[in-house]
Design a protein around this ligand. Structure first.
Ligand SMILES: [Zn+2]
Length: 73
């Protein structure tokens, strides 16, 4: 399961319009600025702020650490 790279390029956070980090294995898209975590259901990004998981500082740290480990940052 992976998102089309062209789709990824045009995807932006619906809240701040910022770039997203795509965690393919977790089917999640992270906005580090907000910070919000969006689901990807069957390759369909759920870009709804109401549906997104709001992250606290510790949760954001954990995701960013994982992103660095995966070479996404
Ligand atoms: Zn954002």
């Amino acid at each position: 399961m992976s998102l089309d790279s062209r789709l990824l390029e045009i995807l932006a956070c619906p809240s701040c319009k910022g770039d997203l980090v795509y965690f393919e294995a977790h089917e999640r898209l992270l906005c580090r600025a907000c910070p919000l975590l969006f689901r990807v259901d069957d390759d369909i990004p759920v870009m709804l702020i109401d549906e997104a998981e709001s992250l606290d500082a510790a949760a954001l740290d954990a995701w960013e650490e994982q992103a660095r480990a995966l070479g996404l940052l």
